[in-house]
Structures are given as C-alpha cells and as structure tokens.
Design a protein around this ligand. Sequence first.
Ligand code: CTP
Ligand code: MG
Length: 248
Amino acid sequence: PRTAAVLTAAGSGSRFGAAVPKALVLLEGLPLVAHAARRLAESGVVDLIVVTAPEAFLAEFRSVVGRSVLRSSGLSERPESAGVPVLLTAGGASRQASVGAALAMLPPSIEVVLVHDAARPLAPAALVARVAAAVRAGHGAVIPGAAVTDTIVQVGSDGDPAVVANPDRSALRIVQTPQGFDRALLDRAHAAAAHRAVDEAAAATDDASLVAALGEQVHVVPGDPDAFKITAPRDLELAQLALRAGLI
Ligand code: CTP
Ligand code: MG
C-alpha cells in the first residue's frame, strides 16, 4: 500500500528555548527535521513525506529538506538513487492542527499514514519499518511502546501532590513516534477531534489517543531507546554525545 509519513515540525520549541524553531536546530551539523526525514526515507517503506513547518519559516525548511530525501540505506528495497518526494505545509496552532493540515494534503492513493515528530530525530529506520509492517499486517493504529524503568505514580489533577494511584509498571509503556495508521481511520479520528471542545482536544498529545477516543483498538509494537524526544537543550547534548560515541 502507498504510504505517507507526516513529519511534524511546526512547533516553536518553547521549552528548548532556541532562537529558531526546534526542528531547525543543528545536531552534528544537520537540522533535527533533516535527521528525522532521512531515517524515514531510509526505512524503504515511505513513498511520500509531508513536513509541517511554522509558516514564517517555510523557506528555511524547504532549503533543509529539499524536494526529496535520498533513500541511502541498505534497508531500502528500492534503488539507492531514488528519492522520497517531500511536500511542505504550514502547521497549525497545535500539534493536532498541524497533523490535520498535513492529512489534508495527502493524495487519494495514500492508504497508510505514519505520523512522526521531528523532535525524535534519531528514531531508527528499522522502527519506522516495524510500525509500517504492523499496519500492513492489519492493525488500524500502531504505536511504538518502550518499557518503563522508573516507578510511576499518579497524583491528583490540578497539581495536588498526593499520590492517588500506583499503577503496575509492567503494564505501562512509554509512547513514541512514528505512529502508524490506516489512512481512513486516522482521517476519521482527526475529523472527530476537530469537532470536540478545544480544551478537551488540547489534552491529546498524540494521534493514537484520538483513534482510541473513537473506541478503536491501538496496537503496541516494541519501541526503541534511540527514538527519544528532544525537549530541552540537555536532550540535544545527549543526542550529540551518543552520535559521537557511536552509540547511535
Ligand atoms: N508540532 C507541530 N505543530 C505545533 C506544535 C508542535 O508540528 N503547533 C510538532 C513539533 O514541531 C514537534 C512535535 O510536534 O516535532 C512534538 O512537539 P514538542 O516536542 O512539544 O515540540 P514543540 O511544541 O515545538 O516544543 P514546546 O512544546 O516545548 O514548545
Ligand atoms: Mg509542544
């Protein structure tokens, strides 16, 4: 099936605090969005990449991701010289709105959609392929889930520091991207979310939770520690050290 990847990069990166949008920040000389796009292309399972960018920076994003991204890895089934076409679109006020804008750009031939964050620049090509394979095997919504190593407690809402629940750690997963979807199901989940109250919709931090809100099943495949998210400057330093040490 024809597969598109939506690469969300339209956030400002307020917690990161750089002078440019977070996705343009350099990691070993390459912007985060370019790292993520390259690994999507290297998976060999992506036919089209749609990048969401902040409207004021569309030209900068175009210059760093170009009109296609080379499939350069041995994982690719296709000729090394073939590139994956890249489309750019202005994102919205929320991550959800940005994904919605990208979905509206997809050609009718697309049947599978992966949604990935530029904030996870080192998510490996093999993880992209694993998520896509699970969708192709018949799961309508697929997320990578990594094991939790810390004890997690639930505290009261509205900042109440009292512990109200001690969930069983072995039943918890850290949710990563890329997430994979049957295209029609993801379209339906976003349409439903767009109709819900703004404050309620703002609580959704990923796409699979919008699918779950429809009452549909979400399937978990093993995540990957390299798919960690860059939120604060310290995360970028760790990514840089890991790359230099050859750990990633
Ligand atoms: N994103 C987006 N459109 C938005 C907000 C976020 O496309 N309106 C994207 C970001 O670019 C990022 C991903 O969603 O790749 C995950 O968001 P996050 O890590 O929170 O990035 P920012 O929203 O940019 O950072 P912050 O929340 O610290 O401002
Ligand atoms: Mg954010």
